[in-house]
Design a binder for this molecule. Structure first.
Ligand code: SER
Length: 319
């Protein structure tokens, strides 16, 4: 590859596993990890790392020049639940960081960008089941507003300046290596930790809150695939719908009970329930499947066994 890859927000839930995957593909020294804080040991030890605030334009430029970066994955963002508590901070982080990267590409300093969007771009007026690629989008969360706005700007920079920016609307991402940071879908990870530790979980979403979800390996595969696809295959330059599985807290609890017989769940919905209600239950991702060949590997059963195994091992290592 001509030029290195920079991951901004590399220590987060997705950033950590994405960095490790890209290092495996391209070589450790080709992939520069950066974040506002240090992260997992495996990530810190396996290749270059820089402390970087995603809103610091001058510092981003400095790192891009220092490492001759040609591709940026901008994974830093404030997620839905946290953003509701600090709306302006979330807006500034989510938007400023995107503009810094889009402008670097517009000025010819980098060649390609990955920027994640989310199911949060949809709102209460969006069709809830099998939500189409193109549909009504009236997001009601700060996070959703920032992602929807970002999508418009990505498409604008592509049309107007030819910036090669690629994007996916991630559903809730389930994994065990790095904890998620402040999302509405985080219950689907907490539940595994509590099931193994205490055989009990109190869900902050109602039992019938169906949301689109995906196991991490599928999310990483989609991210790598969309970035490797030939440019002409990427027909959507705002962001692609992406789907794998969809379930409610009740369905997930039943699945866990197949393995942990005495597991019990109770429900105390909080403000995150309102967010969940404004989002789709399931997503139509046929454009991603047709345009660049997306397929998922993990169904509910495989995701559940993989999580129980992975969380179990992680908890044992900590003990
Ligand atoms: N997992 C995210 C959240 O809940 C959705 O993009 O905020």
């Amino acid at each position: 590859m001509a030029g290195r890859i920079l991951i901004i927000g590399a220590c987060g839930q997705i950033g950590t596993e994405l960095t490790l995957k890209l290092r495996e593909i391209h070589g450790n020294d080709q992939v520069v990890a950066s974040d506002i804080r240090e992260g997992a040991e495996e990530l810190m030890q396996s290749g270059p790392f820089e402390i970087l605030n995603a809103t610091d334009e001058a510092h981003i430029k400095e790192i891009v020049e220092k490492y001759k970066v040609k591709e940026v994955y901008l994974m830093a963002a404030m997620l839905s639940a946290t953003a509701e508590k600090a709306p302006m901070k979330a807006w500034d982080l989510n938007m400023d960081s995107l503009f810094h990267i889009l402008n670097l590409a517009k000025d010819g300093k980098i060649d390609k960008i990955f920027w994640p969007s989310s199911i949060a771009v949809f709102g209460p007026s969006t069709p809830k089941d099998d939500t189409p690629q193109t549909t009504i989008m009236e997001p009601t969360t700060v996070y959703g507003i920032s992602k929807q706005t970002g999508e418009r700007w990505c498409e604008y920079y592509f049309r107007k300046f030819g910036v090669d920016v690629r994007s996916i609307r991630y559903p809730g991402i389930i994994s065990y290596k790095t904890l998620p940071g402040g999302g509405t879908t985080d219950y689907a990870i907490e539940i595994f930790h509590e099931a193994i530790k205490n055989s009990q979980y109190t869900s902050f979403l109602a039992k019938d809150a169906a949301l689109p979800m995906m196991y991490m390996d599928d999310a990483i595969k989609a991210t790598v695939d969309i970035m490797e696809a030939p440019a002409e295959k990427i027909k959507v330059r705002s962001s692609y719908n992406l789907a794998a599985i969809s379930f409610t807290p009740e369905i997930l609890a039943e699945e866990i009970k197949k393995h942990i017989k005495d597991f019990e769940i109770s429900y105390e919905p909080d403000f995150r329930q309102n967010i969940a209600e404004s989002w789709p239950s399931s997503i139509d991702d046929s454009s991603a499947r047709e345009d660049w060949g997306w397929t998922h590997d993990f169904d509910l059963d495989r995701m559940t066994t993989t999580m129980l195994d992975g969380v179990g091992k992680t908890l044992k290592e900590k003990a």
